[in-house]
Write a protein that binds this ligand. Structure first.
Ligand SMILES: [Zn+2]
Length: 177
């Protein structure tokens, strides 16, 4: 980062006594900027044996498949953001369920919460930032063409849980693909 969002002064990375890492600090208003992970919501939207995936029309991961996902807007409830992303990215109407997985993705500075969801019907189509949206059964999942490591992790957990007959809750720290 270059400039303070509060007063516009140029910020500098500073070592501060007693702090474990250098921080961006503003010499004008003395604000310290902690660059903590941002929260992303995703939905694992199911209809019968199919899982909804979108083929991305934007970078990162252009042309690759992902769960519908995106950043939460300031002030927006996470659950509403998940419903909105399914509609924007896959033109799909979902009934949101409970959180199913939480991932920390250090290299992207993100936390990702994945909600279970039911698709109201099998209607889905590309949205403004996607090339394609469709349902995949397990045998059809394009494992070699997933956009993010977390997508593969959560899909493997989900199909594994289905086989064991118990949908758990999963946490993982995700390394870069
Ligand atoms: Zn400032």
């Amino acid at each position: 980062m270059n400039y303070c969002s509060e007063c516009g002064s140029r910020v500098a990375l500073q070592d501060r006594p007693g702090d474990r890492a250098p921080r961006y600090a503003c010499p004008g208003c003395r604000k310290i900027f902690y660059l903590s992970p941002r929260l992303v919501v995703a939905c694992l939207a199911i209809r019968e044996r199919g899982v909804l995936l979108c083929r991305r029309g934007v970078q990162p991961g252009y042309g690759l498949w992902t769960l519908p996902c995106g950043f939460i807007e300031k002030g927006e409830p996470a659950s509403r953001a998940a419903v909105r992303e399914a509609l924007e990215e896959a033109q799909a109407t979902i009934e949101l369920g409970r959180p199913y997985a939480l991932f920390h993705i250090p290299h992207a500075n993100q936390m990702q919460v994945v909600f279970l969801a039911e698709l109201a019907d099998s209607a889905c189509a590309a949205g403004s930032e996607t090339l394609e949206a469709r349902l995949f059964e397990e045998a059809e999942i394009p494992w070699g063409e997933l956009a993010f490591a977390s997508t593969g992790v959560v899909l493997r957990q989900y199909f594994g849980d289905l086989r064991s007959g118990r949908l758990g809750f999963h946490f993982a720290d995700i390394a870069q693909l």
